[in-house]
Design a protein around this ligand. Sequence first.
Ligand SMILES: [Zn+2]
Length: 631
Amino acid sequence: MRANPGLIILLTLLLSACSEKVREVDDYDPAHDYFSFANTDQFVMQHLELDLSVDFDAQELRGSATLAMRKLEPNATEIILDTRGLRISGAQVLLDGGESIAAEFSFGESDKIKGTPLVLTLPNAAESAAQFELKLEYATSPDSTALQWLPPELTAGGKHPLMFSQSQTIHARSWVPLQDTPAVRVTYEATIKTPPELLAVMSANNDPLTPRRGIYHFEMPQPIPSYLLAIAVGNIFFVPLGEQTGVYAEPELLDRSVFEFADTQEMLEQAERLFGPYEWGRYDLLVLPPSFPFGGMENPRLSFITPSLLAGDRSLVSVIAHELAHSWSGNLVTNATWRDQWLNEGMTSYLESRLMEVIYDKDRVNEERVLMYRELLLDLDTVPAALQALAPRLDDGDPDDFQGTIHYSKGQLFLQYLENAFGRDAFDRFLSSYFDRFAFQTITTERFLDYLDENLLKAETSKVSREDAEQWLYQPGLPADAPVPSSSTLDAVEALATAWAEGEIDVTEIPVQGWSPQATIHFINSLPKDLAHERLAELDAGLGFSATRNAEIGRTWFIQVAQRRYTAAYEQLEQHLNRYGRGRLIEPVYLALAQNGSDLELAREMFARARGTYHPLTESAIAGVLGLEES
Ligand SMILES: [Zn+2]
């Protein structure tokens, strides 16, 4: 996922309180998933079959989920599944011989974050079965945390509704009753019934040529963790980008998407050269409406993508490199629990930068690394020490809140550090063997560390000890010998910002037209804090920051506008908040308004006007930023 660093600022207080508590607990088990009710030590799910109707009027999915279960503990008779807001109307156990027996079920006590455990009792006749199927008839609720139901007016075309899911981290349970933990992998198949004019797509074998008739069948033969279950239904069409790659979008977004993501096929081919075979068949993109809460979500075979990447100049496609890289780190080798998330996101951020280096040029990658590093330093100033470790103790709170840049950027830096120490060839060999060794498995940080130790750190010429690696994984901050990214182009941009601020050059002498968006972002962030508003006005008039349609430049500029209370640009700031629904682009702007000492009320008013267009996850995070009750 490309997530939202703004969240971490808001949740630090909450989580620091939690981590105090964690330290007192002696039996903390880093391999245990504290965010699932499922008794995966007794029963484990192996295959899932969905048969669902998509009802836009009721805003619900209705039908059945059939779970193929294997019993691990011979005497166990109770199966506990994760659910949130699901109505279960029937449960049956199907035995090998075809016998079907009704199973008793009840809900356990609900938890605000984890949802409600569904407890099923195996009928006597099924108690001795080592394998069986569990068929659950159910319906989702309109406020399912995974599903967003967009009315036609919130889509690009404005004529048809659109629905999409976001299951990571623990939201699959709000549309499928299942063992919702990354520790368990399943293959799946699905039959999805929709209004006949709409198309359904899933994180499975989408057939670009499938006839549009309101019933679609999917198969996913590779086992995936539950957070990668994904579905979208809407007036969407397909255009191929290459032999194995293509893009799905509403017709209104297709041309722009095809232009923006034209390099996807080459990215896939280069990624295979770097990291080993692509194990998933096709790699397609689905461009969603603006309310999609993230930059992208690496749903296998079909990454879900924000339209805020459609900058018209391919300048923001590092997000595609990121989602594609997840096909190895995350989707192929998966974090065992959300506490090990750096194995997904840190590794993916590192692979993303390697891929960008091959497809584009080194200057651009250096620029992106510097921006990443600056964001990381800001986070290290605000995130409590206990959460600055790559693999902290985590057994409480909401795993959605455990995002931010620490495990993305610090994780990337750790792997860069290893590459620098061992050389690119040796490190690449290590990575390939790692993906090969743990393909289609879930692993803990400790398993990674042991493998790293055996296969790299113990080399005769090793300059890195196990203790060095442990410092990255378990200690706050950055080690003294952490790499510091640098970019000569960004250094030059910074010098120009200073020269302009000190009156040495005129605004017309700033060559912003020839700059990358990363350079423009760095320029804005390099302006002195005490700049007079007349000078900001001069800059804005000359360089047009308030009118930018590049989402990342807008984000950077409007954070500054809010922090500096440059009210002349507040109207355009509000337009930015209405244009995008991706958390990264808007949450820090709300936060800057809320924290500038004067505009909390104004921020709440802007939020009240915009919130109807936001995804529930984004809406609830911003409500938190603004000190409002969560909706
Ligand atoms: Zn990611």
